[in-house]
Design a protein around this ligand. Structure first.
Ligand SMILES: Cc1ncc(C[n+]2csc(CCOP(=O)(O)OP(=O)(O)O)c2C)c(N)n1
Ligand SMILES: [Mg+2]
Length: 854
């Protein structure tokens, strides 16, 4: 295995050749070269390299075929093989798609095909610049997998016509590497996630190599910059390999890229420092680049296998230096060098459609036709329009094709988790609201045993908070993963740990996505506020899952589970920066159908919810439940029933005797549940004769209409729970608009009065948080009384007393720096007599941890 020093001193001869400034990046824009494409193609200097002249020629022609198909997809409506002179009406009316990235990606795909065939290697391909959709469509078509999943795209002229027509057109396929294309597990539209997905795919797949093409524009994004450190978590014994291929084609949409204008020396220093050994391939002469790339891929493959072999035989010793490739080729390579005197090839102008007015401009039509004919389609496809066998056989066969590899359609690899019975982890509680516990502790025990039962297909990801989030029992079964050197005071850290802690929400979310997309299971936990860092990534994953529904051959994947335990209401010690509830708001607003949002109110409900989430498929499950000591409500049987219903009446806190209540007190979230139960208690204690009903909502989507969400309650069930017209005071974990939106259209919707998080926070007491956001038990009880008209005149003194309590609270916490005893020590009692002793710990709950507050 090469050391860092060896990596830095690689191959001096080739090093000097990289040391010059990147040639074409500067030349192309200034170039007045007019050499036609076919001229360039006949200039074969027979450079040295592993390819025989015959192989080189075939690979070059295969590359031409893929390039031709990319241009055809962007431009052609009819006449796919140019069997007649190209006419304006055969050009699509709207030209959509990206040429610039395609020739580089085609080149890489074909060379990876060679590597796979040569070594019977298990390789998948990730297109960072996913706008290179034409390239993956073309290559999966040429290898046959596209037709297998889209049988109407036949391997003949008519199939080609349809392939072209359907690209980026209504009723067709989108322009990116979406789920429609069988060799993709990464849409790549929102740039930045290719490398993190690649590592997620490689974890626990010892045989797999993930070739990950990274655009030089993409490499400027923060998530991509932050993904290189994934190599510090890749274990050469149990994991596969990632081969990053940084494609420096010089430009993003309209400007140069930082790395393309960085010297090879500096890139070497940068990536060596990150734990990689860069191999440089550069050029604009296809034959030379073919040989260089083939040789470089051979070397990288040999290095990967050597890196893996040693520790697999003799045990892991230290973090290896993994190979990577830096490929400098022109953007839009092989398109016209200039149009109307303006340079195109090798410039940002090749990014999308190099010739944009072909229908209108006969000269441009001619240039397009000349360009397309330069690939000699008549020699690539036979008289029926089928790709000629001589070239088609360069692709690997069956599951070795990158579109046929089951890892890319992860559901094909998925096996169900072996789950222990979650009721074995029940928290024993003497009755509702009597004892306190930290809800995630028992969940940690559950996960610990899931790790034991599923040693190779379950992982937890977390930005360094497993302990803080009270999930630390998992560390009894496994360690936290770390490849770099450790020191004696490090705790529960090892290269074979399965808890993936990295202080990057992007890495947690992205690794988990890659892990799930390749057919495994997992979850990640986060501070609620900082989960918002990956709002957009989560939305993209949900979009992917939704689009997969259109393609039944995409087999179901395990759901992506997110646990938010350090939540807004109880970040008293961190304050305002840590208090935000927007993650769920964003997810539900964007993609309600795929998203499931759960608010388990206590430990046993949390277990029941997670048991369900780990069995579910194709969803994003967001579970919010605090880690701080909170009152516990339901035993396991009750929890199971309650969670299965999604929402139900809590009889212990209800006194309507099954009849019509004066007011419904509803809640979703652990803190809102406490406040609503306390409000019910206050009302029953101080307002004789009032009839209240407490409804707890665990699965938020039940509030939606069945047309809007599969979990949505029909009106009859909804009215049975919330009545038809009683006022509903709703305490909600998040922003109140979400509930108002969800109950829109329900009977007498204006009776819903919601209180929730209003973005008021600071470092203060737990109860002050609910006061600041006007969701305290007193606010809720006053609201209830305001809306019960039959009692309004009789309760003025009570309302006055509740208001006074809020003033008392204000003064008390400033004087004593903690909540009033009647708040701190409150527990549910059916006789409504006050208690001053603090609620005891739940049986079996670890003593001493309950007040720890990291
Ligand atoms: C996060 C994000 N920001 C902006 C864009 C818009 N965008 C689409 S393509 C592109 C340029 C990409 O350049 P590069 O990664 O070099 O890919 P190339 O086409 O050159 O292969 C940009 C900025 C995007 N898709 N995603
Ligand atoms: Mg680029």
């Amino acid at each position: 295995m090469p050391t860092k020093e060896q990596a830095n001193s690689v191959d001096q001869e080739s090093r000097t050749s990289w040391a010059k400034p990147p040639k074409f990046v500067f030349d192309a824009a200034l170039s007045t070269a007019v050499a036609a494409n076919d001229q360039r193609q006949t200039r074969i200097p027979n450079p040295k390299g592993p390819l025989t002249p015959d192989m080189l020629d075939k690979m070059n022609r295969y590359w031409h075929a893929a390039n031709y198909l990319c241009i055809g997809q962007i431009y052609l409506f009819e006449n796919p093989l140019l069997r007649e002179p190209l006419k304006a009406e055969q050009i699509k009316p709207r030209l959509l798609g990206h040429w610039g990235t395609s020739p580089g990606q085609n080149l890489l795909y074909i060379h990876l095909n060679r590597l796979i065939k040569e070594h019977d290697a298990n390789i998948i391909y990730i297109a960072g610049p996913g706008h290179g959709g034409p390239s993956l469509n073309a290559n999966s078509y040429l290898e046959g997998t596209y037709t297998e999943v889209h049988p109407e795209i036949t391997l003949d002229e008519n199939g080609l016509r349809l392939l072209f027509r359907k690209f980026s057109t209504p009723g067709g396929v989108p322009s990116h590497c979406g789920p429609h294309v069988p060799n993709s597990m990464h849409e790549g539209g929102e740039l930045g996630y290719s490398l993190v997905h690649a590592f997620g795919a490689a974890f626990d797949n010892p045989d797999l190599i993930v070739a990950c093409v990274i655009g030089d524009g993409e490499s400027e994004t923060c998530p991509l910059e932050g993904s290189w450190k994934s190599v510090n978590f890749l274990n050469p014994v149990r994991d596969g390999a990632v081969l990053p291929i940084l494609h420096l084609n010089g430009y993003k949409i309209s400007g140069p890229t930082v790395q393309a204008r960085t010297s090879d020396e500096d890139l070497t220093a940068l990536y060596s420092g990150r734990g990689y050994k860069p191999h440089f391939v550069e050029g604009d002469d296809p034959e030379i680049v073919h040989q260089l790339l083939a040789g470089t891929l051979d070397n990288c493959y040999a290095e990967i296998r050597a890196i893996q072999q040693e520790p697999r035989r003799n045990g892991f010793k230290n973090q290896p230096i993994w190979p990577m490739i830096v490929l400098r080729t022109p953007k839009g390579w092989t398109c016209p060098k200039e149009v109307d005197g303006i340079p195109i090839e090798g410039t940002f102008r090749a990014h999308q459609v190099p010739l944009a007015t072909v229908r209108e401009n006969p000269e441009h039509l001619k240039i397009l036709e000349t360009w397309m004919r330069s690939y000699k389609p008549e020699e690539l496809f036979d008289e029926n329009g089928k790709f000629i066998d001589e070239l088609a056989e360069l692709a690997p066969a069956d599951n070795r094709r990158m579109g046929g590899n089951p890892h890319v359609n992860g559901g094909r690899m998925l096996t169900s988790l072996d789950l222990p019975d979650f009721t074995n982890y029940a928290l024993e509680i003497p009755g509702p609201g009597q004892v306190v516990a930290e809800a995630p502790r028992k969940l940690g025990d559950f996960f610990r045993d899931i790790f034991k039962l599923n040693p190779t297909n379950f992982r937890m990801f977390c930005p360094d908070e497993t302990n803080s989030n009270r999930l630390n029992s998992v560390l009894e079964a496994t360690n936290r993963c770390f490849m770099a050197d450790t020191v004696s005071i490090d705790d529960e850290l090892s290269p074979d740990g399965r808890v993936m802690e990295v202080l990057s929400e992007h890495c947690c979310q992205g690794w988990l996505e890659g892990y799930l997309l390749t057919g495994r299971h997992g979850m990640w936990s986060s501070y609620e506020a900082f989960a918002q860092v990956v709002d957009s990534m989560l939305t993209q994953h949900a979009k992917w899952l939704e689009q997969c529904r259109d393609f039944p051959w995409r087999r179901p994947l395990a759901s992506l589970n997110v646990l938010l335990t350090s939540h807004a209401w109880r970040n008293d010690h961190n304050g305002f920066s840590h208090q935000a509830t927007g993650f769920v708001d964003n997810a539900l607003a964007r993609r309600s159908e795929t998203i499931r949002v759960y608010y388990p109110p206590d430990s046993n409900c949390l277990l029941s919810v997670f048991d369900h989430c780990l069995r579910s498929r194709n969803y994003v499950n967001i579970v919010t439940c605090g880690k701080q000591p909170q009152l516990q409500w339901l035993n396991t049987d009750e929890a199971l029933e309650h969670c299965s219903r999604g929402a139900s009446t809590w009889q212990f806190a209800t006194n309507d005797g099954g009849g019509e209540p004066d007011v419904v007190l509803a809640c979703a979230g652990d803190v809102p549940t406490i406040e609503i139960c306390a409000a019910s208690w206050l009302l029953q204690k101080y307002v004789p004769g009032i009839k209240v009903r407490v409804v707890n909502v665990v699965d938020l989507s039940v509030l939606m209409m069945p047309d809007d969400h599969p979990h949505g309650m029909d009106n009859m069930s909804f009215n049975a729970l919330f009545t038809k017209d009683a006022p509903v005071i709703f305490a909600f974990h998040n922003n109140r608009w979400l509930i108002h939106t969800m109950v829109h259209g329900r009977s007498n919707e204006s009776r819903f009065h919601v209180r929730g998080y209003m973005d008021q926070g600071t470092t203060t007491t737990p109860f002050d948080m609910v006061v600041l956001n006007k969701m305290s038990r007193f606010h809720l009880a006053i609201d209830a009384l305001k809306h019960v008209s039959r009692l309004r005149s009789k309760v003025l003194d009570v309302v006055d007393m509740f208001n006074r309590k809020l003033y008392e609270h204000h003064d008390y916490i400033r004087q004593h720096l903690e909540d009033m005893p009647e708040i701190r020590n409150w527990r549910w009692t059916a006789d409504f007599s006050e208690s001053s002793a603090p609620p005891p710990l739940a049986k079996g709950h670890p003593r001493g941890s309950v007040f720890s507050d990291s």
